[in-house]
Design a protein around this ligand. Structure first.
Ligand SMILES: [Zn+2]
Length: 479
């Protein structure tokens, strides 16, 4: 089934047709590592993770790159103003910009593990790709598309007619926005920096291009250089948050295409902002959460992951703590169902006669269809829960349980938000002397000796276990 995705560039659904058949290249603008990762960043990163998992599920070989921005990202990048976020953090904390980068990059990787990411194949740091950026800057200077003023290098937007095609911003709009920042050096207020000179900046390099001055790179050129290094001049999919579309991605297109003369990206995808309690997340509103803060409230990485992926990436997603409780219950429903199926498959619970093959095939087919339709994770979760309902009602045969478990394993492989296959008893097998009481209780109930049945139940409860009655018999769970 073809995978169709909403391309921000054409503003329409587009079939994913890899440039090299069978292989898909994906680039994601990664974190700027100047503070602890917050949940708002992770909606977009997790969307990219689920996309990669689904593309792989469909038999395509993915090469995924997510960069780490550790230099050049300005606090007011939309108007080419402010200061480097790393430097600002350094000023506030007294740590060096290099130590800030190291600390928060490590925190980011830790969050990736806790949120069950399939790790990207490459996670390059911008500071390690300055020579590659220099080669592009040098080429743009040679072609007369970039110019140098007092050591700063600017991209001349007027020389790239396609500027504005991604964000849809028209010339007048761009000029009006750019007028906010008065910069006498620029030929046109829309021009953006490829290289900056600032003797006070902590992260500095000798100019990696001819005729340049010691300085540091602009944020936009970093992604062009790193994506080209790992994935070549043209890539299949580029993602980011909706706030990356302008100016960052617009500038990436301009630099890269002016350098290569080839269309840079086949499909651009942008995830919507995360809302928290119905509002944009901000420290001043008190609705700002780092990943670690959520986990410290006692929620698991799976529960947070579930909460952040559960709505299709282009729809509004409102994060609340109550949503995490719902995630816990939803994951519990799936795992409870899988656990019963494991017991049937392994002969610990009496099997029924249903082989479930038609239901498994239908669920798999629907799961593929909804994810192929612009990665509709909300619908994919609905497919999973319908399947849970069906399995809970069915009297599965051992083979049927096995087939249903394989479907659940596939759903988990793509969504990654339920956890692995549970053991027959999630908390360890019940002691034999308690299990031996189950047939006694069953016989008592059949004989309508409810006093004995209740006494056995209490005895089991006193030992820390509870009886769960199912269609195929009773079992014990740790209470
Ligand atoms: Zn980027």
């Amino acid at each position: 089934m073809p995978i169709r995705l909403h391309n921000s560039l054409t503003r329409s659904l587009q079939e994913l047709k890899p440039l090299v058949p069978g292989k898909v290249t994906m680039y994601h603008c990664g974190p700027t590592v100047y503070s602890s990762p917050h949940i708002g960043n992770f909606r977009s990163f997790l969307f990219a993770d689920v996309l990669r998992r689904f593309v792989e599920d469909q038999g395509l070989q993915v090469t995924q790159v997510m960069n780490v921005t550790d230099v050049g990202h300005l606090t007011l990048d939309d108007i080419e103003g402010g200061e480097d976020k790393m430097e600002a953090a350094s000023r506030k904390t007294g740590m060096t910009a290099w130590d800030i980068a190291k600390k928060y990059e490590a925190e980011f990787h830790d969050c990736q593990k806790k949120l069950h990411f399939r790790l990207p194949h490459h996670m390059p740091r911008a500071t390690e790709f300055v020579p590659q950026m220099g080669r592009i800057i040098d080429d743009l200077l040679q072609k007369g598309i970039a110019y140098q003023q007092n050591g700063n290098v600017y991209f001349e937007v007027a020389k790239f007619p396609g500027y504005g095609k991604l964000s849809g911003k028209v010339l007048e709009e761009l000029e009006a926005g750019a007028r906010v920042a008065v910069n006498e050096e620029k030929k046109d207020p829309r021009d953006f920096a490829l290289w900056k000179v600032d003797p006070k900046h902590q992260m500095q390099w000798d100019a990696p291009f001819r005729g340049g001055v010691r300085g540091f790179p602009g944020w936009h050129i970093e992604c062009s250089a790193m994506s080209m290094h790992y994935l070549g001049p043209q890539i299949d999919i580029h993602t980011g948050g909706e706030d990356n579309m302008f100016p960052h991605h617009e500038c990436e297109i301009a630099q890269t295409e002016a350098h290569t003369h080839k269309p840079f990206v086949s499909i651009w995808l942008h995830a919507r902002h995360l809302l928290v309690d119905g509002k944009k997340m901000s420290k001043s509103l008190g609705n700002f959460f780092t990943v670690e803060e959520v986990l410290q409230k006692g929620y698991s990485g799976l529960e947070l992951r579930y909460t952040l992926i559960r709505v299709q990436y282009r729809q509004s997603l409102n994060f609340t703590l109550a949503g995490l409780d719902e995630a816990r219950a939803s994951i519990g429903r799936v795992q409870g169902c899988r656990q019963r199926l494991v017991r049937v498959r392994d002969g610990l619970e009496r099997a029924g006669g249903e082989d479930l093959s038609a239901a498994v095939a239908a669920a798999n087919e629907r799961f593929t269809a909804v994810l192929s339709d612009d990665l509709n994770v909300s619908e994919a979760l609905a497919v999973v829960f319908d399947f849970v309902g069906l399995c809970n009602k069915a009297a599965a045969s051992a083979a049927g349980a096995k087939a249903a478990l394989a479907a659940f394993a596939r759903f988990e492989d793509v969504l990654g938000c339920f956890g692995g296959e549970p053991k027959a008893d999630a908390t360890g097998d019940a002691p034999a002397e308690l299990l031996a009481l189950l047939p006694v209780r069953k016989a008592a109930k059949q004989a309508k000796d409810f006093a004995t049945a209740d006494r056995i139940r209490d005895q089991i409860a006193a030992a820390g276990w509870k009886i769960v009655d199912t269609a195929t018999g009773a079992r014990l769970e740790k209470s």
